[in-house]
Design a binder for this molecule. Structure first.
Ligand SMILES: *Cc1c(COP(=O)(O)O)cnc(C)c1O
Length: 221
């Protein structure tokens, strides 16, 4: 089996090719290594290969890994899974960035933690019942609420389209997210995963969240 170093090189190559096609500088596209379900050792190995940004989905799971990784110089941990407001204080302690802010209440609770946090707003752009995120109609009000929070720095928007085998399928969703961000003067777009990162980069992604293509298939817990 090929190792993480090879898979990382392949992912970087995919990012570079997509950026070139889109006439974009690949330096403007953050590779967020999604380490959910994998042990702290996976984060350490990726860190040794030069990765600095890591995405985790569950506060409790990351709490278990944090003692082994939180002191890594320059490492940044991003929460990319749904956050319940009763876990917001713990999340603010463990993470430097929260990509899944989706309500004014959650923003208020994160702000009350009193720690500087980069945040993104998760937008729901599909009708799937299971997906989290703010309805686009409520986005302007939520942006206003987040911008009023002194400890939160609003960086941009994040979305998670319905899963599809076809990497072209999410293109309209990615495009819509880009339009919404532009409307509100937000510079960052977290969109694109292992299967569709090229499409996302062509549509302006500044952060691709990649798990499987780096670490292999996740075992279901
Ligand atoms: C798991 C996950 C990813 C990574 O997905 P892959 O298809 O494994 O690259 C990205 N974003 C979110 C929000 C996730 O939950």
């Amino acid at each position: 089996m090929e190792g993480l170093a090879d898979r990382l090189a392949a992912v970087r190559q995919r990012i570079a090719c997509a950026a070139e096609r889109a006439h974009r500088d690949p330096a403007g596209i953050l590779l967020l290594a999604v380490t959910k379900v994998f042990p702290a050792a996976a984060i350490l190995e990726a860190y040794d290969l030069g990765l600095r940004d890591f995405g985790e989905n569950y506060v409790q799971e990351f709490e278990g890994k944090a003692p082994e990784v939180s002191a890594l110089a320059g490492a940044r941990f991003h929460l990319i899974g749904h956050l319940q407001s009763n876990k917001s204080a713990k999340a603010a302690e463990l993470f430097q960035a929260i990509q899944t802010t989706d309500s004014a209440k959650l923003a208020r609770r994160l702000n009350e933690a009193g720690r500087p946090l980069d945040v993104m707003i998760e937008v729901k752009l599909s009708d799937e019942e299971a997906k989290h995120g703010v309805d686009p109609a409520e986005l302007p009000a939520l942006i206003t609420s987040v911008r009023a929070c002194e400890h939160l720095k609003l960086r941009g928007l994040m979305t998670m389209p319905p899963w599809s085998e076809d990497p072209e399928a999410p293109r309209p969703v990615f495009r819509k997210l880009r339009e919404l961000a532009a409307e509100h003067g937000l510079p960052e777009l977290s969109m694109g995963m292992s299967n569709d990162l090229e499409t996302a980069i062509e549509e302006g992604s500044t952060c691709v969240r990649v798990g499987t293509a780096l670490f292999g298939r996740r075992k279901t817990p």
